[in-house]
Design a protein around this ligand. Structure first.
Ligand SMILES: Cc1cc2nc3c(=O)[nH]c(=O)nc-3n(C[C@H](O)[C@H](O)[C@H](O)COP(=O)(O)O)c2cc1C
Length: 374
């Protein structure tokens, strides 16, 4: 059985292929009366859009989103708002060049999903990979823009931490810098090196991987559905579902293996706002699968683009050994455009859990609790 839907109460179904006439999604479960226009969604799509700099694929897609349903003008305010019915969004594909793929029509790209799609379905949409292409992720970004509007005070931001051997220095982290360079890199000094590095890589016909961090602030304490719908479990699944993502960490992640219990456990004091103040955030804002109220921090590793110019050994769909060299338009580092996609998936998961928490618990209990008299 195929599975093209994610989320429980905030439910996103995507459809469409890389080289079909359009891609789209249906967002079901969005509460009514939330102001929503195309202009709320488009800026996020523009951040993910191909052809934005010479460091990403030169496929020219305006990615102009249209809202087909689920909105109506509110008589009182005059604003267009959600109606509580399914919101259908569509983006036309305008720059398909299926010809680019005719040379590799029958050959499997090592590292790509050509073989697995073919062996599973028995047919091959060689035009850019069809549904296996990350073109579909534009719709996740569109859905993420709606998700961000559901949780009051939520901010979800992502940044590139590492590209190949180049790692940022966290001491130089500046969120404003993320919007100033084409790599979503928070460290200006590292960003300054990435241009030349990618130019050399592109000239050699190769590609490279990356590590991305997404931070969600304003996540209320109490989100997450133990045991099988833990917030960290759902975030990991959502991030892992992004094309080319090969690893996910929450908070200290794999580095926690080197820490002692004293170093790892985030100590607690009382904050001035009457809420607990955690003295560190190794938990990445989640304990027991439930949000603590601290920023939720997730990282993911993106593998290098499989479509490389360098000739590689492979087989074709008729079982013959051959060689493949992928021309056409590809990102030398797909990790760059994965930043807004990661943000969107985190926003969708948090919105889903926010609605689930409201559904099961209603108002979260007032904390701290009154101490019972003895
Ligand atoms: C934004 C983005 C763009 C991508 N573009 C390409 C591409 O141009 N060429 C390519 O070979 N892979 C590209 N990928 C990766 C493939 O879609 C992915 O590696 C492939 O579907 C196999 O799936 P897997 O890597 O998750 O196992 C891209 C991934 C992302 C996130």
């Amino acid at each position: 059985m195929s599975f093209n839907t994610f989320g429980h109460l905030f439910r996103v179904t995507t459809f469409g292929e890389s080289h079909g006439p359009a891609i789209g999604c249906v967002v079901d479960g969005c509460p009514p009366r939330i102001p929503l226009n195309e202009s709320d969604i488009q800026p996020y799509l523009d951040r993910r859009r191909p052809g934005q700099s010479r460091y990403t694929t030169q496929r020219q897609e305006p990615d102009a989103v249209k809202i087909l349903s689920g909105v109506f003008v509110d008589e009182l305010s005059g604003a267009q708002v959600t109606t509580g019915t399914p919101i259908a969004l569509v983006i036309e594909n305008v720059d398909q060049r299926s010809k680019d793929y005719s040379d590799i029509k029958d050959k499997y790209r090592p590292g790509h999903a050509d073989y697995t799609y073919d062996v599973k379905y028995g047919l091959r949409d060689y035009r850019g990979g069809g549904r296996q292409s990350a073109r579909e992720t534009a719709m996740r970004v569109a859905a993420g823009a709606i998700a961000r509007k559901i949780v009051p005070g939520l901010t979800v931001r992502g940044a590139l931490l590492q590209m190949g051997p180049h790692r940022i220095d966290r001491a130089r982290w500046d969120w404003a810098e993320v919007e100033r360079n084409p790599f979503f890199c928070p460290d200006a000094k590292t960003a300054a090196m990435l241009g030349d590095y990618l130019d050399d890589l592109r000239k050699s016909g190769s590609s490279i991987g990356a590590v991305i961090e997404v931070v969600a602030e304003g996540v209320p304490a109490g989100l997450g559905a133990p045991i099988y719908g833990k917030l960290d479990g759902d975030l990991a699944a959502a991030l892992m579902s992004i094309n080319a993502v090969k690893g996910v960490e929450i908070g200290a992640g794999f580095a926690a293996a080197e820490l002692s219990g004293e170093q790892n456990g985030d100590e607690m004091r009382m904050g001035n706002d009457g809420k607990p103040l955690f003295l560190s955030n190794n938990a990445g804002g989640i304990l027991g699968g439930i949000s603590t109220g601290q920023p939720v921090v997730a990282r993911f590793a993106v593998k290098p683009t499989s479509s490389v110019l360098t000739p590689r050994r492979t087989v074709d769909r008729y079982g013959r050994e051959t060689e493949i060299s992928t021309t056409g338009r590809h990102d030398p580092c797909v990790g760059i455009r994965a930043v807004p996609i990661g943000e969107a998936m985190v926003a969708c998961v948090i919105a889903d859990h926010y609605l689930r928490q409201r559904g099961q618990v209603g108002e979260s209990p007032a904390w701290p609790f009154p101490q019972p008299a003895r």
